[in-house]
Ligand binder design. Structure first.
Ligand code: PEP
Length: 260
């Protein structure tokens, strides 16, 4: 089977970066992507204060920038929150929602993630909706139940047209920042499950980009991206080095043209 969908690779900088280091990283990525095949789309999700810097330094490149979260509220007395419309003011394209670090450290429920997804869409952003199971849940055999419930909570509040505009990232919690990636077979199995779940929402939703995230590195990227239902990656640690990130983006170019 050939995966005809274009590939998307998005960096998640998490809470890393300072102005000077960012400039070198952003310029390196902007320059490096010029030699990538056209079917590989590239994004970077930076901390909120650096959206303006990303806009300035990536503006004329093909790299799309974005945020790592948005508020579930439109505006108002929510000290410390950042509205999706504020992110959109910086011509951002993406907003990650429901990252496992937000779910774990900030108690974000799937219902809250669903509201954030709606806010991102309403502001014209593409939400990257993260789902994933813990090691305990995987070992307990409930992976599909967990990720299915997380995805369903989001799909339930979206129209078919809205759902067709999201990106989904499968990020097993046990693989994030641990150096221990899911095998390409493990990832493909969950992606195929998520693809079916998306298709059940409507034919237009079946082809939304499904990214894998969790210790993706230049060494394992091509194998992951070659899988039938893996349309690219959400990259944490390896997105902080231009060389590694670009090598992963290049692997997506290879994967895009390989028949399964
Ligand atoms: C992430 O934070 O989304 C992520 C996938 O991290 P890492 O690549 O470092 O595992």
């Amino acid at each position: 089977m050939t995966n005809q969908r274009s590939k998307l690779v998005v960096g998640n900088w998490k809470m890393h970066g300072r102005l000077a280091a960012n400039a070198a990283l952003l310029e390196g990525v902007a320059q490096g992507v010029q030699s990538l095949p056209a079917e590989v789309r590239v994004g970077v999700c930076v901390p909120f204060p650096y959206l303006a810097q990303a806009q300035t330094l990536l503006g004329v490149s093909r790299v799309v920038w974005g945020a790592q979260d948005v508020s579930a509220h439109e505006q108002g007395a929510y000290t410390g929150e950042v509205a999706a419309a504020m992110v959109a003011d910086f011509e951002a394209g993406f907003a990650i929602v429901g990252h496992s670090e937000r779910r774990a450290y900030h108690g974000e429920s799937s219902e809250l993630v669903a509201r954030k997804t709606q806010r991102a869409l309403a502001a014209g952003l593409t939400p990257i909706v993260c789902v994933g199971e813990t090691l305990e849940q995987r070992e307990g055999g409930t992976t599909e139940q967990v990720v299915g419930t997380q995805l369903d909570a989001v799909l339930a509040v979206l129209s078919v047209e809205e759902a067709a505009r999201i990106v989904v990232a499968y990020e097993p919690v046990w693989a994030i920042g641990t150096g221990k990636s899911a095998t390409s077979e493990q990832a493909q199995q969950v992606h195929a499950f998520l693809r079916a779940r998306l298709a059940a929402k409507g034919a237009q939703v079946a082809d939304v980009p499904l990214l894998y995230g969790g210790s993706v590195k230049p060494e394992n990227a091509a194998d992951l991206f070659r899988q039938a239902d893996i349309d690219g990656g959400l990259i944490g640690g390896a997105a902080l080095k231009a060389g590694d990130f670009l090598a992963i983006c290049a692997a997506a170019g290879v994967g895009a043209s390989v028949a399964e």
